[in-house]
Ligand binder design. Structure first.
Ligand SMILES: [Zn+2]
Ligand SMILES: [Zn+2]
Length: 61
């Protein structure tokens, strides 16, 4: 999943509150416009994490 679509990762339809109710995906607590499957992290969070990791490895060297 590289594209920022608002489609449900479970039923592959446009994400609705019905999907959230069914537990298909939850809004990220940080990026409330991003929905993420339970147990996964949202794309924005992941990108931020990668950025931090890159920064850390750079400053370490
Ligand atoms: Zn769904
Ligand atoms: Zn996030």
């Amino acid at each position: 999943m590289t594209e920022k679509t608002h489609h449900c990762p479970i039923c592959h339809k446009v994400f609705t509150h019905r999907c959230a109710k069914k537990g298909h995906a939850n809004p990220c607590p940080v990026h409330t416009s991003s929905y993420v499957r339970p147990g996964n992290e949202c794309v924005s969070c992941h990108e931020a994490e990668v950025r931090e990791a890159n920064k850390a490895s750079k400053s370490k060297k």
